[in-house]
Design a protein around this ligand. Sequence first.
Ligand code: 5IU
Length: 277
Amino acid sequence: MSSFLRQTYGQRIQNHTNPAAKLLLETMERKKTNLAVSVDVVKSKDFLAIIDAVGPFVCLVKTHIDILEDFDYSTIQRLQDLSVKHDFVIFEDRKFADIGNTVALQYSSGVHKIANWSHITNAHPVPGPSIISGLSSVGLPLGRGLLLLAEMSTRGALATGSYTEDAVRMARANRDFVIGFIAQRTMEGVGLQSHSVDNDDFLTLTPGVGLDSKGDAMGQQYRTPRQVILESGCDVIIVGRGIYGKDPSLVDEIKLQAQRYREAGWQAYQERISAHV
Ligand code: 5IU
């Protein structure tokens, strides 16, 4: 197994210059968790209650702010208060995909003003490198970080092969702002000659994680934290319905599930860093 994957999250802080990447690794090391919770609910009350319940167990909360039916900017203030209270990073899963000028406006403006509050966001590499320059013109001065979507968890996803390799090359050329990938496996060494050493330590955040289910009726596919962290070399497990799915109002059950996923993710990580080659 390669060098970065054998390092602890704490040791990897020094491999990064971007403040959002450092913050995420520091938070993971401090709280001993590689669990991120994805909160895909449509009522602000449920959204905030779930985040308050899982807060102690997560390094990061992933949002889709545009699905809130009753959105008002005060929800953002509450989200930020919870981020301070529980010490987690915020990741708006916006999946930008337009030309540089448009994504810069979508990132900075509109109703949601994502760059104002989200430490990390993500983008599809499909428009080419200009999407990174557009977003970094807004995000870099604010100390934000970007993840590129190199792969997806859904059945039949088109982000494979040379598309994925090109995404990694785009990231390597923009290391100040691109901190890693949404992918199903580590991108370490991808697109490089087999004997060359990869000097770029990117973070891999991975959705499509579930302990009790293999998928849903809409193409989602789940793997376990062990498969994701230990076998595939990813760094953060992103779990949504596996944690709040039964009933978003059952706070005790949500806490229990968050603890369960946190333990599974951390155990797989500890096995990884102590594994013999
Ligand atoms: N998500 C995926 N797969 C992907 C990408 C994003 O599931 O490849 I890129 C998002 C969608 C949802 C969350 O917000 O991650 C997963 O939620 P569930 O754990 O409830 O399936």
